[in-house]
Design a protein around this ligand. Structure first.
Ligand code: NAD
Length: 500
């Protein structure tokens, strides 16, 4: 008799997960000094996933002191680059071996579909870690051209202890974009994850130490933004804050820097990105497919979401109809642990309320809610919002100007290419922009003239590790992913030697 092994569902696998909720400091899990905890809730059903230590200024002090001690000891900061590289490669292998655990944790913590974790978040986090590992020994100083009695050279050295503050929309991936280059450059790290998604970072930190990373180099302090986050950003022994989150809090980072030690600040903030579809686009089906992904992927909780879809008037009716069909077919809300689900719940009920409030604001302003706009039937226990499309939007409406951070598309009609560029740039943000056209000249004029850090021609939200990720204007000043990201976690030191 052949025994057929039972294939476990993701929900069954989830039951066997053991979740760690304490802080990770100096290579060990520890409770918050105050003993306080907060609950991490599964937004798909409102169930409490784990109790998480609620760190505050005292825990930040301890983590920063640990990081500084490790940094000054040279155990990581002066480790030979290829040795550091080997640790990071082992780290990547361990993360890969626990890929399913990471996928489950983030799915249950913030609601994104498990299929997206397995096809996007975890693979991209691994690519980032391995790319960064590859670059460790490619960082170089320079030797200046000087008179023969002088040797002038520039060293490139790590900064010290870096504070990383990240959001909840891609908990593992946003964390990796910060910690991988910070660690690769030889810094120590104190990470403050978002309070809505505190769990995967703890597993990550443990695996770093298992891979041979010295204790104290990578520390995680969970807690609330105005408590733990603020204490980290104000700490005088932190040399840089690498921040991803809202514009509002990004601005606070600059303030905290000025109020403390003028630490370096890199910010990756929000967006209201224009996604332009010209009448001469080669294939409206393909354009609509990407436009739908651009606003409904990850429940629309994406900084570079193409939330303003600018459509040339002669194709407006056709394109809108195709987009509606794609939204309904590909992004049906459901259980995020079901691998066929295209859209999960939003991160929590607070975010759900925010998005639903914007739906009301859009309607009051006179926009037409074509589909969605409410909680899908049968899913009232979770923080769900149905994919929503507004038509008849003008660029002065709040739903076209403010970041909603949910599955709400605003379709704006235009007549000419010049008008599309003007509307695209009429925003305080500047993260991403896309255009669909078969006119090469127009495509590249758009790329030249649009005020955004990332431009996509006949695709959207694409790019590999070479592609710098970051924004213009109020979307921030930082760049993640590329080689420059690694460089941004170092500083130069000029050495001028008179050699006779
Ligand atoms: P948020 O700004 O509310 O929080 C981000 C992080 O900052 C969290 O860890 C939070 O605890 C912390 N924080 C909050 N207040 C703080 C304070 N006073 N001092 C120190 N830290 C504080 O953002 P969010 O709601 O978690 O994430 C959504 C935002 O992130 C959106 O605006 C989105 O566009 C942005 N985002 C940007 C990018 C990018 O690369 N540009 C990527 C992902 C998300």
């Amino acid at each position: 008799m052949t025994i057929v092994p039972k294939v476990r569902t993701w929900a069954e696998k989830a039951e066997t997960l053991s979740l760690e909720g304490r802080l990770f400091i100096d290579g060990d899990f520890v409770p918050a000094k105050s003993g306080a905890v907060f609950e991490s809730v599964n937004p798909a059903n409102g169930a409490v996933l784990a109790e998480v230590a609620r760190g505050d200024a005292a825990d930040i002090d301890r983590a920063v002191a640990t990081g500084l001690r490790a940094f000054k000891s040279g155990v990581w900061s002066r480790m030979a680059p290829r040795q550091r590289m080997a640790v990071l490669y082992r780290f990547a292998d361990l993360v890969e071996a626990q890929m399913e655990d990471f996928a489950l944790i983030d799915t249950m913590d913030m609601g994104k579909p498990i299929s997206e974790m397995l096809s996007v978040d975890v693979p991209l986090a691994l690519t980032c870690l391995r790319f960064t590992a590859e670059c460790v020994d490619k960082l170089q100083g320079t030797v200046g051209a000087t008179a023969p009695d002088v040797l002038s050279y520039v060293l490139r050295q790590p900064l010290g202890v870096v504070g990383c503050i990240v959001p909840w929309n891609y908990p593992l991936l946003m964390t990796m974009w910060k910690i991988a280059p910070a660690l690769a450059a030889g810094n120590s790290v104190v990470l403050k994850p978002a309070e809505q998604s505190p769990l995967s970072a703890l597993l990550l930190a443990r695996l770093f130490v298992e891979a041979g990373g010295p204790p104290g180099v990578f520390n995680v302090v969970n807690g609330y933004g105005p408590e733990a986050g603020k204490a980290l950003a104000l700490h005088r022994d932190i040399e840089k804050i690498a921040f991803t989150g809202s514009v509002e809090v990004g601005k606070l980072m600059m303030l905290y820097s000025g109020q403390s030690n003028l630490k370096k600040i890199s910010t990756e903030c929000g967006g209201k990105s224009p996604h332009v579809v010209m009448a001469d686009a080669a294939n409206l089906e393909t354009a609509a497919e990407w436009a739908a992904m651009g606003i409904f992927g990850n429940q629309g909780e994406v900084c570079c979401a193409g939330s303003r879809i600018l459509v040339q008037r002669q194709i407006l009716a056709d394109f809108t109809e195709i987009l509606r069909a794609k939204a309904e077919a590909g992004y049906r809300p459901g259980d995020p642990l079901d691998p066929t689900t295209g859209m999960g719940p939003l991160v929590d009920v607070k975010q759900q309320k925010r998005v639903l409030d914007y739906v009301d604001i859009g309607k009051q302003a006179g926009a037409h809610c074509l589909i969605g706009g409410g909680v899908p039937e049968g899913l009232e226990k979770g923080a769900y919002v149905a994919p929503t499309i507004f038509t008849g939007v003008t660029n002065d409406m709040a739903i076209a100007r403010e970041e909603i951070f949910g599955p709400v598309a605003s379709i704006i009609a235009f007549d000419t290419f010049e008008e599309a560029v003007a509307i695209a740039n009429d925003t305080s943000f500047g993260l991403a922009a896309g255009i669909w056209t078969s006119d090469l000249g127009k495509a590249h004029r758009f790329a030249r003239d649009v005020e955004a850090g990332m431009v996509y021609i006949n695709s959207y939200m694409n790019g590999d590790m070479q592609f710098p990720f970051g924004g213009w204007k109020e979307s921030g000043n930082g760049r993640d992913k590329c080689f420059d990201a690694l460089v941004s976690y170092t500083q130069t030191k000029g050495v001028w030697a008179t050699i006779g």
